[in-house]
Write a new protein. Structure first.
Length: 134
């Protein structure tokens, strides 16, 4: 777990994982006061879509991501699996009950140095969403 101190309290945070893959912003948070007494407990658990029958390889995810990038942009690091909210094509904010989907997350940088992350469906490698500005 991650342990943090804030305002005289200790927070202990466990990130939820499903099949060994993290679910961002999900998990269990425990708040203890200065003498160690329990102050609060929160459990966040988003719904998940069924994982794909076959998960594409990480190197295929890198190639698919590179094909989506504008000229001068590049991918960096290794792709990582995560459960994400699909945002591609969403006309408005998705509700809390929208199932998260298993995705390859691929990071990189645009020509001007701005960082981004593409989220590709772990099975089909179709674009689910992005963080940043590709």
């Amino acid at each position: 777990p991650l342990v943090q101190s804030a305002a005289g309290r200790t927070l202990v945070i466990w990130t939820r994982q499903v099949r060994g893959v993290p679910v961002p912003n999900d998990g269990t948070r425990v708040v203890l006061n200065g003498v160690g007494a329990l102050v609060g407990l929160a459990i966040e658990e988003s719904p998940l879509a069924a994982p794909p029958a076959r998960i594409a390889r990480g190197d295929a995810a890198l190639r698919a991501a590179a094909a989506l990038l504008p000229s001068g942009a590049s991918v960096s690091g290794s792709p990582e699996l995560a459960w994400v909210l699909p945002t591609e094509g969403a006309s408005e904010l998705l509700g809390q009950r929208t199932p998260r989907r298993l995705a390859w997350c691929v990071g990189g940088a645009l020509r001007d140095g701005a960082e981004f992350e593409l989220q590709l469906d772990a099975g089909s490698l179709l674009l689910l969403g992005w963080d940043g500005a590709p």
